[in-house]
Write a protein that binds this ligand. Structure first.
Ligand code: UD2
Ligand code: MN
Length: 290
């Protein structure tokens, strides 16, 4: 409420100027199929930052202007050495998300050189760093090379964890197997805390997503999914990473380690941090060993 005293003095009226409280945002309801067509031509990060920056708050954050967001979503992207994908991802994901009536911020968690890539540890770091900025209710863990293809794919967190990347062109738009949780997945803050985050034991390619799937089952959580015609994605081209030979062994032992391998055991330094117009960047050094 704002009352303008000087105005009252001048004309003697009791008039007050009030600001209506904003309504709560409504999730968009899209009945018909609504393709999102990503622009996958390469553009430099500088140009993307210049183009999209004015539409965003610094650090790649957004909230609707005309309503109060119902969902506060941290988008956490594990990253190293895929700059072409990063700029294509940013150019498209903001365009896609800005129309969803949610408040969100993009967290790019880059691993320093030295150790093999550890996607799961980076997501734990993303969770912890994001929580220092805001008490997000929803976390979406997102491969940098996946772009959504339908506007009905709403980026929020339902009662159960949601596997989002159900139908990817690379897998002929079919779910590879029932328990898959890799690619893009959504968990509430509570879900994530309940399972102690991801395991930090998976260095190199593979297994970390299945380990999370096991953690969820162990906590009596079930994987929800949008229908196959909505949860559609395209994967940008890349070479296949070398698979971690220990991934099966890790998976077998994983269930016994939930309580002491995860959010409560991750050790890292943030080597560098920067707020770019279209993303918040964390350069993280893992202090855990292979
Ligand atoms: C699958 C999963 C992925 C993960 C991975 C195994 C799907 C759709 N995707 O992806 O979620 O479980 O298998 O670990 O099921 N990355 C980098 N730099 C690297 C390596 C990886 O930035 O050097 C990041 C990047 O965000 C990438 C993601 O990690 O998209 C997954 O790695 P990938 O794309 O090489 O693996 P992929 O496609 O087999
Ligand atoms: Mn990939």
């Amino acid at each position: 409420l704002h009352s303008n005293n000087s105005l009252n003095q001048v004309n003697g009226s009791k008039e007050t100027i009030t600001t209506e409280p904003l309504p709560l945002c409504q999730d968009p309801v899209i009945e018909e199929s609504s393709p999102f067509v990503p622009n996958i031509t390469l553009e430099s990060l500088d140009v993307i930052n210049d183009q999209l920056g004015p539409l965003l708050e610094p650090g790649g954050a957004f909230k609707p202007k005309d309503c109060i967001a119902r969902h506060h979503v941290a988008i956490v992207v594990p990253f190293r050495d895929r700059y072409a994908h990063l700029s294509i991802f940013l150019r498209n994901i903001h365009k896609f998300l800005m129309q969803q009536r949610i408040a969100y911020r993009i967290f790019i968690i880059e691993q320093t050189n030295g150790k093999p890539f550890n996607r799961a540890a980076l997501m734990n770091i993303g969770f912890l760093e994001a929580m220092k900025l805001y008490k997000w209710d929803c976390f979406i863990f997102h491969d940098v090379d996946l772009l959504p293809l339908d506007n009905r794919n709403l980026y929020n967190c339902p009662r159960q964890p949601r596997h989002m990347s159900v139908a990817i062109d690379k897998f002929n738009y079919k779910l590879p197997y029932r328990t898959i949780f890799g690619g893009v997945s959504a968990m509430t803050r509570e879900h994530f805390l309940t399972v102690n985050g991801f395991s930090n034991s998976y260095f190199g390619w593979g297994g970390e997503d299945d380990d999370m799937s096991n953690r969820l089952r162990n906590a009596n959580l079930f994987i929800a999914r949008y229908p196959i015609n909505i949860a559609r994605y395209t994967m940008l081209k890349h070479q296949k990473e070398k698979a971690n030979p220990k991934r099966y062994e890790n998976l077998v032992n994983g269930i016994n380690k939930i309580g002491n391998d995860g959010l409560n055991s991750i050790k890292y330094d943030i080597y560098s941090y920067k707020s770019y117009p279209t993303f918040s960047w964390y350069y993280a050094e893992l202090k855990i060993s292979e």
